[in-house]
Design a protein around this ligand. Structure first.
Ligand code: HEM
Ligand code: FES
Length: 401
């Protein structure tokens, strides 16, 4: 079952990647840089957030009025940055989701990768906590709805028993200290996100955390254009706990659960959240299992031996061992990491036919960024790349020693 879901997703990704390769070239294919673009979006959110924070006032009437002054009084900076902050946060959720789906589709979540996968699941929680907390700060009607519904949900936890939401039944019970706490959380949790993002990539040899410049530029221009054309505004005026909120336009990236919290029993919402989290955590151990033992790879010419972990590609093992192997896209799109398998069986993985033709494959060629050993192997690679510090003959990008 999971195998066929993965196969269907992989098929869809391969097709989309082929289209993007034609449109942007394999070097600038955004689908090959999803994790790095998510990193970049985090920096955009952090930088725009710092500006907003400088003008945000943590008081009951001031929170709303300071955000309004930013949005309208200095729309050309504050207004645009408020929108950039919102859209970059939304894009972060979107890209994080596609990045996760892609790793699942290509079955890159098992064995040593389960570390990245599980820290990724924790990142989903932290990113969501930061985003939902952000919606509470402008103290408009959407903030009111967000605060009341999310505190209702937390109140259903054992030990709290309705103590939290009581603070939001009457206008007098919301005070300046509460806003200071919200603002403090809005700085503290993103710092935890940043820390976990760096932990998340520790097991990925030579992980790229910066997208190529043209992609970063393209993303920034898109965010700016969107912010100018569709500026973000507060909704429904200042929050008023004495009256019901009217109709609201929800952010479907961060707030899709809010209507559920309103309509469902809290235990059902917790069931969905915890069940979904457990399911995600279990995925690396569900379904297809590849080779279970490490394999030895003899690199030819020369006498270098490489230990490849179960499920690890030849390129990952080589980079981990400090070899300056040639690579570029790391996703089977460019053909830069070509090698010759002289003995032993490999799983070629998923790659674009333009990077490895059927004839090349029949001649024993393979892409190191996709090929996973099924036996102990003898592999011929570019001679120069076996020399520490040497630049390989065919390379747009070389792992450093
Ligand atoms: C703030 C959110 C996230 C950021 C910034 C991020 C960033 C990255 C980066 C830069 C890499 C290394 C290069 C790459 O494979 O793209 C990576 C690897 C990985 N990520 Fe994420 N990621 C995030 C969330 C997630 C989530 C939610 C999951 C899944 C639950 C996930 C699963 C993985 C896996 C399995 C790898 C290892 C890939 C491998 O070894 O081939 N990530 N991530
Ligand atoms: S690095 Fe591009 S195909 Fe392997």
């Amino acid at each position: 079952m999971t195998g066929s879901v993965q196969a269907a997703l992989r098929h869809a990704f391969m097709a989309a990647e082929a289209v993007f390769n034609r449109a942007f070239g394999d070097r600038l294919n955004p689908l090959y840089h999803l994790g790095a673009i998510t990193f970049f979006l985090f920096w955009v959110v952090a930088a725009s957030g710092l500006y907003l924070y400088a003008f945000f006032r943590t008081g009951v009437p001031e929170a709303y009025s300071s955000v309004e002054a930013l949005t309208h009084g200095q729309w050309w900076v504050g207004g645009i940055l408020r929108s950039v902050h919102r859209y970059a946060s939304d894009a972060m959720v979107l890209l994080m989701g596609v990045h996760m789906l892609r790793h699942y589709a290509y079955d890159r979540l098992r064995g040593f990768r389960s570390f990245s996968w599980l820290t990724g699941v924790a990142l989903i929680w932290l990113v969501y906590i930061s985003g939902i907390n952000g919606y509470m700060l402008p103290w408009d009607r959407l903030a009111q709805f967000t605060i009341v519904t999310s505190f209702q949900l937390m109140d259903s936890l054992p030990g709290l028993g309705g103590t939290l939401v009581r603070n939001f039944l009457y206008p007098e019970s919301v005070n300046d200290r509460f806003f200071s706490l919200l603002a403090f959380i809005h700085i503290g949790v993103p710092l935890l996100v940043l820390l976990l993002m760096f932990v998340h990539v520790q097991r990925v040899p030579k992980a790229a955390t910066n997208p190529p410049r043209p992609i970063a530029l393209g993303v920034s221009v898109m965010l700016l254009l969107l912010s100018i054309l569709l500026p973000v505004h507060s909704q429904g005026g200042v929050a008023d706990l004495a009256t019901e909120v009217g109709a609201l336009a929800l952010d479907w990236f961060y707030l899709p659960l809010l209507p559920l919290i309103d309509d469902w029993a809290p235990s059902a919402v917790w069931g969905l959240l915890l069940g979904g989290t457990l399911l995600l955590c279990a995925l690396p151990w569900v379904g297809r299992r590849g080779t279970q033992r490490p394999h030895q790879v003899a690199l030819h010419p020369g006498s270098k031996q490489l230990a490849v972990r179960p499920g690890e590609t030849l390129l990952e093992a080589g980079l981990r061992a400090g070899l300056a192997l040639p690579y570029d896209c790391r996703n089977g799109g460019c053909g830069v990491c070509l090698c010759h398998v002289m003995a032993g069986r490999i799983d070629h993985g998923a790659y674009q036919p333009s990077a490895l033709t059927a004839a090349m494959r029949a001649n024993g060629k393979a892409l190191m960024c996709c090929a996973v050993p099924l036996d102990d192997l003898v592999v011929e690679v570019d001679v120069a790349s076996l020399e520490p510090g040497a630049a390989p003959a065919v390379s747009r990008h070389v792992g450093r020693i």
